[in-house]
Design a protein around this ligand. Sequence first.
Ligand SMILES: [Fe+2]
Ligand SMILES: [Fe+2]
Length: 284
Amino acid sequence: MQYNADNTPLQHVDEWDEFVATRYRQGKSEEEFRDYKADANPTVTEFYRQNHAHQTLDFVLSKKAEYCGLNRDKKSIWEMAEYLNTLVDDSDPDTDLTQIEHLLQTAESIRKDGHPRWFILAGFVHDLGKVLCLYGEPQWAVVGDTFPAGCGYSDQIVFPEFFAANPDSKIPEYQTEYGIYEPNCGLDKVHLSFGHDEYIYQATRRYLPEEAQYMLRYHSFYAAHRHGAYRHLMNEQDERMFGWVRKFNLYDLYSKGRERPKTQEILPFYQDLVSDFFPDKIAW
Ligand SMILES: [Fe+2]
Ligand SMILES: [Fe+2]
């Protein structure tokens, strides 16, 4: 497979996160949410063009086979966080947060609201899957709103017009409402576009409660958790658990831009937290 267009339209993968945070700015009306194009600059638009064109069912299955067996590496959570921190760019060290600071900022705002330890921990690890960038994956295979492959595309997904360039859109079997899936089969059976959500879910699932697993696995599935799309594929368990996904999303979106976390001060708390749930090294 080759993708000859430049695979790095975003200056940094976090440019996608910033777009989403702007898209769902607090105080916006439903009407304004639908006008997301007003918030998308040309690089973000190009990023979605690539993401929607290249995330085919075949691609998703091949990436799951490549990464979800977790036989690439053995690292502690901290080693992975340090590794993710090497994802540097030309960002401004005085104003831009490092990857670890974004994770701590998310976790700290969860902690301040008195949520349980596993919830805080979900905040701390939720974006570690972005190391896929360091493995050489293109931006469109790491970040972006996730969506089911192998069935019709919801018009609740941003830039739905870009799906016309996806080879799956020419396969009639994949374009019905249910596509290759059964009604209300449950999201565990549905192949979402590949990215950092699925990877961190797979790496951490044995160590975290189910609510946290849902938060990690579906945090970029905006069409479903923000707009209620794809309920015909969800089962009762998904419906219940999506309450937690929505709760988590507020912290992912709205803890940015708060003050820089006092890393040295809070580190002991996070060291205890991580070692309460995780063994020294886990498979990645
Ligand atoms: Fe994320
Ligand atoms: Fe995040």
